[in-house]
Design a protein around this ligand. Structure first.
Ligand SMILES: Cc1cc2nc3c(=O)[nH]c(=O)nc-3n(C[C@H](O)[C@H](O)[C@H](O)COP(=O)(O)OP(=O)(O)OC[C@H]3O[C@@H](n4cnc5c(N)ncnc54)[C@H](O)[C@@H]3O)c2cc1C
Length: 322
């Protein structure tokens, strides 16, 4: 049996951030992830300055693809707004591997299936034992499923459905574009250029609203990529989009039981206006680590529920999560 002070299930931004902080406090930390890193993670790869600050990451010290946008191009019907807003893009394939490596934790490829308690410890798949357990396994996190789901069921109303593809592409437009509610999509579509010749295009919406309209993302997708071509943004013939689902932030959350915590998408923390999940994942990882190390409460009060501010954010929140 392999023993660690803390086991973190999942090596995405939530898990690697938590592991990084636990390691910094001298704990022996083992991260178990079903994937071998670097691994593909479906995500547009938009990161906020706040998330970078939480990660104590200076863009100049980041050795992989990194872009900065000083304004966003927001489209709704025939209206385009270009609010000043400093935001960044990374490639999750690189970013997550970088953060996990930086954490200094031991990392093992292992898909977690069963967890039980034994003399106060947590035993994972009869192979690993720890005092502290952190569930950072995303939407399908086995720690959430085993200990938290019954106390903290997720609301269908807050479930997103997404479709996206990231690929090498010699893009010409260096702006980040978002199109809201095209063709009645209960969400938005995006074009996010990445440094070193990549682009990420995709769309997402609220799953129950899509179902009520009998809409499928596949249908929205074909219209969307047709428009990318018409607009002269992306002309590509080999799309193979994939889907993933995650949850927006709910009101009340049970996120710690004894020495087990859940963080990031395992809780369902994406913002209620823009569906941003990296920043909340990072912040919750820090808070869980702090609670473990200091014995203080693990509270999500400082994890922002919305990405923006002002009337547009309020309207989006009402539309997506209201
Ligand atoms: C299409 C799409 C676009 C998005 N775009 C953005 C964006 O631009 N900006 C933004 O901020 N957010 C975005 N999000 C949300 C964001 O990707 C997530 O909120 C964020 O990745 C959550 O991080 P996490 O560490 O909680 O989970 P994850 O990043 O999902 O990491 C979970 C890890 O757990 C591992 N795992 C799962 N099950 C097991 C198991 N049984 N055993 C072991 N390991 C396991 C997985 O392999 C994975 O590595 C997007 C999401 C999608 C789907």
């Amino acid at each position: 049996m392999e023993v660690a002070d803390a086991i973190v299930v999942g090596g995405g931004p939530a898990g690697s951030t938590c592991a990084w902080k636990l390691r910094a406090e001298g704990l022996d930390v083992l991260v178990l992830d079903r994937a071998v890193f670097p691994r593909t993670k479906l995500c547009a790869g938009w990161v906020t300055p706040e998330a970078l600050a939480d990660l104590e990451l200076d863009p100049d010290d980041y050795p992989f693809s990194f872009m900065t946008f000083d304004e966003l191009h927001l489209h709704w019907k025939l209206v385009t707004a270009k609010p000043a807003s400093r935001q960044h893009s990374i490639r999750r394939y690189e970013f997550d591997d970088f953060l996990l490596g930086r954490s200094g934790a031991r990392v093992l490829q292992h898909k977690v299936r069963a967890i039980h308690r034994d003399h106060g410890d947590y035993v994972v798949d009869d192979e690993f034992r720890c005092k502290y357990l952190v569930g950072a396994g995303g939407t399908a996190c086995p720690v959430y499923r085993t200990f938290f789901q019954q106390h903290n069921p997720r609301s269908d109303r807050l479930q997103t459905a997404t479709y996206e593809h990231e690929f090498a592409y010699n893009w010409e437009d260096p702006a980040c574009h978002l199109w809201f509610f095209d063709d009645g999509l209960p969400g938005y579509a995006w074009y996010v250029p990445k440094a070193n010749g990549y682009v990420n295009v995709g769309l997402g919406g609220m799953a129950t609203q899509l179902k009520a309209r009998q809409g499928h993302l596949r249908d929205y997708w074909s219209k969307f990529v047709g428009r990318l071509r018409d607009r002269g943004l992306v002309s590509y013939d080999e799309y193979s989009p994939t889907g993933y689902s995650y949850y927006l932030r709910d009101g009340s959350n049970v996120v710690r039981i004894d020495n087990a915590c859940i963080v990031g998408d395992a809780v369902g923390l994406a913002t209620r206006d823009m569906c941003e999940g990296i920043g909340p994942a990072v912040r919750s990882g820090l808070l869980a680590a702090d609670a473990i190390v200091t014995g203080s409460d693990y509270s999500l009060a400082s994890v922002s529920k919305i990405s923006g501010s002002g009337i547009a954010s309020k309207l989006l929140e009402r539309k997506f999560a209201g």
